[in-house]
Design a protein around this ligand. Structure first.
Ligand code: NDP
Length: 341
């Protein structure tokens, strides 16, 4: 089977490519620049003898160029590429446009090439945001974020919701008829990175073990290991009943303090430097008045983001690794790749 993985340089995509290659799939990846090809194959080589079998083509979500060639001959497309910056841009369109228009470019090219199924990486960002005070206690795949509530969203969370909506609208329209879609909606993805170029999500762990965080914000989030996220993409591509469905990926929800406790226990030589103190909510709110980068945390303060993983277990047959394992594996790989010292 020939599979296209978009955004091959990404944290989740690299693990997925590795698992596909080891699973005897023929794998093509898209990159924004072929200059990254050598680094990418080098990162895969220690983990698989198949690294050099990875075919790479250039395509950017912001341009039509390259997508027809990328999908040609593919049975399935795993669409993982999407901008995921650490800081939010002033103009939300810098994220929304490539996320939405890029997803549509991928879907249109896939449909034209006769691809059977696209698995798109959406996010809990498309489920858990914009609810104000009416967010359900347990989020499921039936729930959608409201991207129009600007107070309770970032440009990133809006970009993921708008892009996923556009993808479902496309496959439900005459233009997309016959193309199957499944979406993967992970919570925060942690776990081992295959190279030193790490995703924004690993910054949570990196800041804690690199002594860059003096105290802990009163924030919670679901956690899922990257190795389970990769398997979920593959199962969503292979399982007939997965078509037309969304899949929340989480092991369980932890507070920042739980993550710090896990790291303190696993890395006793660093324990003293990993913070124990909580930042009072009022202090963070005050700081956010002066620092726009902190504004996105304010609506999250004190909220327990519980979400169901029943679909993941029952339809895709995956029991996620414990969140603690993902946290410890993140830290170990960040130290191994010298992202932190
Ligand atoms: P990374 O930042 O590691 O990967 C993002 C990938 O998208 C990179 O390959 C990047 O390419 C590519 N990309 C960004 N902008 C463009 C563009 N304009 N054209 C083409 N490619 C582009 O993040 P992750 O691996 O963590 O994320 C992968 C997917 O998973 C994303 O869709 C993200 O939203 C989603 N997700 C991630 C979560 C997490 O916690 N990590 C949680 C939920 C969802 P380049 O190397 O050139 O920058």
């Amino acid at each position: 089977k020939q599979v296209l993985v978009t955004g091959a340089t990404g944290f989740i995509a690299m693990q997925t490519i590795l698992d596909l290659l080891e699973g005897d799939y023929r794998v093509r990846g898209t990159v924004r620049s072929l200059n990254k090809a050598d680094t990418l194959r080098e990162a895969l080589r220690p983990h698989t003898p198949m690294a050099d079998m990875l075919e790479l083509v250039e395509a950017d979500l912001s341009s039509d160029k390259g997508w027809d060639q990328a999908v040609e001959g593919c049975d399935a497309v795993l669409h993982l590429a999407s901008p995921f910056p650490a800081a939010q841009p002033k103009n939300p369109d810098e994220l929304i446009k490539p996320a939405r228009d890029g997803a549509l470019r991928v879907l249109r090219a896939a449909k034209a090439a006769g691809v059977k199924r696209v698995v798109m990486t959406s996010s809990m960002a498309a489920i858990a945001y914009g609810w104000g005070d009416s967010r359900p206690d347990l989020l499921t795949e039936a729930h959608w974020s409201n991207p129009d509530n600007l107070k309770d969203n970032t440009a990133y969370t809006r970009s993921k919701t708008i892009a996923e909506r556009a993808a479902w609208d496309f496959v439900n329209s005459p233009e997309g008829e016959g193309l199957e879609l499944a979406t993967i909606n992970p919570a925060a993805v942690l776990g081992p990175a295959l190279c030193a170029e790490v995703s924004t999500s690993l910054e949570i762990v990196s800041r804690l073990i690199a002594v860059k965080m003096p105290a802990l914000p009163n924030v919670s989030f679901g956690i899922i290991d990257v190795r389970d996220v990769s398997q979920a993409h593959i199962q969503a591509m292979e399982t007939p009943e997965a078509a037309g469905q969304r899949f929340i990926l989480t092991d369980r929800t932890l507070w920042f303090t739980d993550i710090a406790d896990t790291l303190r226990t696993a890395f006793p030589d660093r324990a003293e430097k990993i913070p124990t103190r909580k930042i009072p909510n009022w202090v963070l709110k005050l700081m956010a008045v002066f620092d726009p980068a902190l504004k996105q945390i304010v609506p999250e303060l004190g909220r327990f983001r519980n979400a169901s993983n029943t679909q993941l277990k029952t339809v895709l047959g995956i029991t996620p690794r414990p969140a603690e394992e993902a946290i410890i594996a993140s830290a170990t790989s960040l130290l191994e790749h010298k992202v932190v010292s």
